[in-house]
Design a protein around this ligand. Structure first.
Ligand code: KPL
Length: 296
């Protein structure tokens, strides 16, 4: 049984390098990868590991697959999956690692096998010869309709054994929306102004974050997403504090000239606001603040 990982970005490389010593793994991408990749751990150690990698469009795929982990950016997920789907057994379990809440409900409805979503706080970034695992986090796994709990538990155990602690949960939809709200409050601002997360605590950014949180709360409530235990403001400001020195993923995309995930992160919130007739000026400003930057 092989774990297939489709999308050799930071998360895909991290999964491949962490799972590799424990079970067969194949990393699929559109471009060839070196046979040996480096994993720099949060403790500062650099480990070199052989990786079985192949081109997603052409490779013969293993007959028995534990799961296909889709680790591309949200906007690339469906095309990437379509490039391998005809060569996969139709009941192959799919794990969606995308940010936002755009592609998940669509693939949940259309894929022929079990679909799990993952929400992770693992921190990683790509370097030329591998990946830096910048900070330990936690991963939550579950299906949008609460099914496949045994599969989620089994996969969580495999991830945990490989140094990526994970928990199977019945409320992944809510967790994805919580992360999306945090990302919506942080990412567009830091990407637009080219700042680290911690600079949001200072003027002129602090009131912008607070105004966004104020706009988000009723939209999430109208979508039936319960507020986190300490409230939305405490959640968002807690993440800003905890990731103060980070260059957020959207800022990294902008700096590298890659398309941002604004549609996956802001799109579902804008759609929800419009559906419920709620104010969304801040969301629109955040969306258009990224105009002129590369988009999918
Ligand atoms: O998830 C993140 C990201 O970079 O996308 C945050 C929470 C904003 C941390 O940087």
């Amino acid at each position: 049984m092989t774990q297939l990982i489709l999308g050799p970005g930071a998360l895909g490389r991290l999964l491949a390098l962490r799972l590799g010593p424990y079970e067969p793994v194949r990393l699929l991408g559109r471009r060839p990868l070196p046979a040996r990749l480096a994993l720099t751990t949060p403790e500062g150690e650099t480990l070199y590991r052989e990786i079985d990698s192949a081109l997603s469009g052409e490779a013969a795929l293993p007959e028995t697959v534990t799961a296909l982990h889709l680790t591309t950016k949200s906007m690339a997920a469906e095309a990437a999956l379509a490039s391998v789907a005809p060569r996969l057994p139709p009941r192959t379990p799919l794990v969606l690692w995308q940010n936002g809440y755009e592609v998940q409900p669509r693939l949940h409805a259309s894929w022929t096998g079990p679909v799990l979503c993952a929400s992770t706080s693992e921190g990683a970034y790509v370097v030329e010869n591998g990946v830096v695992h910048a900070g330990h986090g936690h991963t939550w796994l579950g299906s949008l309709d609460g099914r496949h709990a045994d599969l989620a538990t089994a996969l969580a155990e495999r991830l945990g054994r490989a140094g990526l602690p994970a928990t199977a949960v019945g409320d992944i939809r809510q967790r994805l929306w919580h992360k999306l709200a945090v990302n919506a409050a942080i990412n567009p601002l830091v990407a637009r102004f080219g700042i680290r997360n911690g600079q949001l605590r200072d003027r002129p950014f602090r009131p912008m974050v607070d105004a966004m949180i104020e706009e988000l709360a009723p939209i999430l409530a109208a979508e039936g997403i319960p507020a986190p235990e300490p409230g939305w403001a405490a959640l968002v400001w807690g993440v800003i504090e905890g990731t103060a020195t980070n260059r957020a993923s959207m800022l990294q995309d902008v700096s590298a000239g890659r398309p941002t995930e604004r549609d996956a992160i802001l799109g579902p919130l804008l759609a929800a606001a419009r559906r419920h007739g709620l104010a969304h000026d801040r969301l629109l400003a955040a969306y258009h603040g990224l105009d002129g930057l590369p988009q999918a």
